[in-house]
Design a protein around this ligand. Structure first.
Ligand code: 13P
Ligand code: SF4
Length: 293
């Protein structure tokens, strides 16, 4: 059906194995954005959360873009609305506003550039402005700030409700159980967890690191789908979740039936954005692609 209808299926790395089997591309938020703009097909089904489908639509206005399951949202993306952002900006005059891609496209219309976990350091380092207001995730923000001591950062008090669940205590417990394992974590984790990690990176960054590493055991500090995908990809290695609590139900809500229903025309949500949002968020997202490439 996807071939007949010239539709491409994009899946975030947190999707289940059964979704990856029908996907044309699997990646982190940055990879998905780039892939969305490169693909020549007429339609795209996004298996991920709403901000990913919106980013895809902004980068490919001529394509029909579905969010496979319309209830899949990212709670972090809803933490700041336009009014609160305007207030924050007024409190930080002269700061460049850098938005994590996990924000609504409406919010992006009033930000200078957006970043993903894999492109944030590079993009912030390329900005002319030495003062950066980083929204909404202070954990990713602090990770970037540590790499760029020459810049001054201000943060918002948001964050991923999943990743902040894990603490240094969980690390201590996991390392005790698996003393030879390397700890690989996402920068959305708390600073106390990031400080104990052997590698910090995006979802695909973590997967690439584990595949290439000569080490045989790994503790994974991000959504637990990554543990499953890595175990499939590297049967000779062992992968352990940092915590069983690291499950993003929003990412897990999409099923094969949702994809089938998009193709049948009976399900999913076709993303439509107002012209001013397409234009304003487009400026912010295109700048990310330009500076992140
Ligand atoms: P990545 O950009 O690493 O894929 O992260 C997206 C995300 O939502 C992590 O929680
Ligand atoms: Fe959003 Fe966190 Fe889920 Fe990622 S893991 S989609 S940041 S809630």
């Amino acid at each position: 059906m996807k071939k007949e209808q010239d539709v491409c299926i994009l899946a975030h790395a947190y999707q289940g194995q059964e979704i990856l089997e029908v996907a044309d591309y699997m990646g982190d938020s940055y990879g998905l954005s780039v892939q969305a703009s490169k693909s020549n097909c007429k339609g795209v089904i996004m298996c991920g959360v709403r901000f990913m489908a919106e980013t895809c639509k902004v980068l490919s206005p001529e394509k029909k873009v579905w969010l496979a399951n319309p209830t899949a949202g990212c709670p972090m993306a809803e933490q700041l609305d336009l009014e609160s952002l305007r207030k924050l900006k007024a409190e930080h005059p002269g700061y460049a506003v850098v938005a994590y891609i996990n924000t609504t496209s409406e919010l992006k219309t009033e930000c200078d550039v957006c970043v993903t976990s894999s492109s944030a350091v590079q993009i912030c380092s390329k900005l002319d402005n030495d003062k950066i207001l980083f929204i909404p995730d202070p954990n990713l923000g602090r990770f970037v700030a540590e790499k760029l001591p020459e810049k001054e950062f201000a943060f918002y008090k948001g964050g991923c409700p999943r990743h902040i669940i894990v603490s240094a205590k969980d690390v201590e417990k996991a390392k005790k159980a698996h003393p030879d394992a390397l700890l690989l974590v996402h920068p959305e984790c708390r600073q106390e967890v990031v400080e104990l990690a052997d590698y910090v990176g995006s979802t695909t960054g973590i997967m690439e690191y584990a595949k290439k590493s000569p080490n045989k055991e790994f503790i994974i500090g991000t959504e637990n789908s990554i543990v499953e995908h890595l175990q499939f990809a590297c049967p000779d290695k062992q992968f352990y979740p940092l915590s069983v609590m690291l499950t993003c139900m929003n990412m897990k809500i999409t099923t094969l039936m949702d994809i089938y229903n998009c193709l049948k025309g009976t399900g999913g949500e076709v993303i439509e954005l107002p012209e001013n949002v397409m234009e304003g968020a487009g400026r912010c997202i295109h700048r990310m692609v330009e500076l992140g490439g």
